[in-house]
Design a protein around this ligand. Structure first.
Ligand code: SF4
Length: 350
């Protein structure tokens, strides 16, 4: 491990094919960071189970596809360590040990859990939403409680903390909306260190990443759950069809109507792919360009990058992925063993 480089840990859940939102929002950033930091990038397959434990048939295919996408996009195993979370059993052990010191209240207040609880509670006790999470849990019947997700879902922030703390991460790339999760990781590290009066776990800082606001085909945020994505590795003809059918400014009906690029999903992609996007924005506002031409131009701009990605992905074999995972796991194991050893000694398990 290079001593003077700061350590970065980040992961993605293998829940399906990656899309352009994932690419521009996270992956491109990772590709930059691998040049300047000691990076661990992890396919967090345990995390996929926290919400979809009963739908695992495609998990292995999703993991493989994700890894090939990472590599095709430009992650370089010579510059970073790539591994699968469940292949590093130390993660599960650290998760168990940190679970011992994490107060239940912290997890009950976690926004994802709270949202789910509110939803069930709202159905039954409208108007009593001001109660605390544990009070709400106490007021629900066994049947209603069973609608809440599992112990694994409640505890996923501890698992996330384990992924990060196990490598002594200095920095974690996050968007504004994930800051609260990282704060919990810092709190867990702090609690561990103060409980045992030892500086064992490093409190990671956030590396706030500016991500372009990429809109999906229907004008909402690009997301798998909205089924409005252009996928990484998409067949070019399919990508073109999707772009030509994209949502634009609803007020621009005729070709020479004045448009509002800020309300247009196509323009959100121009901002990423078109270095003259400001000029295009002005043309749109002046009504000197029609949406059909604007979409065609966008596809032409996107095509070379999409094509190159597709070719690179096709050239990555399973054997190449296996070798990369093997090497990545060796590096991840070395780093994780050192932290786990310290945790166990501190807790007098050794
Ligand atoms: S001209 Fe382009 S930017 Fe303007 S509304 Fe149409 S597609 Fe969007």
């Amino acid at each position: 491990m290079t001593k003077d480089k700061k350590i970065i840990v980040s992961g993605m859940r293998p829940t399906g094919v990656l899309h352009l939102g994932n690419y521009h929002g996270a992956l491109k950033n990772w590709i930059e960071l691998q040049n300047t930091h000691e990076c661990f990038f992890c396919v967090v397959d345990y995390h996929a189970l926290t919400t979809a434990y009963d739908k695992t048939e495609d998990l292995q295919a999703n993991i493989r596809d994700m890894l090939k996408s990472w590599l095709a996009a430009g992650l370089d195993p010579k510059k970073c360590s790539i591994y699968i979370q469940s292949h590093l059993p130390q993660t599960a052990e650290v998760n168990l040990l940190l679970g011992m010191i994490t107060p239940l209240g912290w997890l009950l207040r976690n926004p994802s859990y709270k949202e789910q609880l509110e939803e069930i509670f709202r159905k039954k006790y409208k108007g009593q939403l001001s109660k605390s999470a544990s009070e709400k849990v106490g007021m629900l019947s066994e049947k209603e409680l069973s609608e809440l997700s599992s112990f694994g879902f409640l505890g996923y922030p501890v698992l996330m903390a384990s992924d990060i703390l196990i490598h002594g991460a200095d920095l974690v790339p996050v968007g504004q909306d994930q800051l609260v999760h990282l704060e919990l990781t810092r709190d867990i590290a702090k609690k561990f260190n103060s409980t045992f009066s030892k500086d064992v776990l490093k409190e990671p800082n956030s590396l706030l990443t500016k991500t372009p606001k990429l809109l999906g085909l229907d004008g909402r945020k690009m997301s798998k759950s909205y089924n409005n994505t252009i996928n990484l590795g998409e067949d070019l003809e399919v990508a073109k069809k999707k772009i030509m059918g994209m949502f634009t400014d609803p007020k621009k009906v005729k070709k020479d109507d004045k448009g509002h690029p800020k309300d247009c999903a196509v323009y959100s992609l121009h901002k990423v792919y078109n270095k003259d996007c400001n000029a295009r924005g002005e043309e749109c506002k002046a009504g000197s360009i029609g949406c059909v031409q604007c979409k065609k131009d966008l596809f032409e701009l996107m095509q070379p990058e999409l094509k190159e990605f597709n070719e690179r992905k096709k050239s990555i074999t399973d054997a190449m992925v296996d070798k990369i995972l093997k090497d990545g796991l060796v590096k991840a194991t070395k780093s994780a063993d050192a932290v786990l050893e310290k945790i166990k000694k501190t807790m007098h398990l050794k």
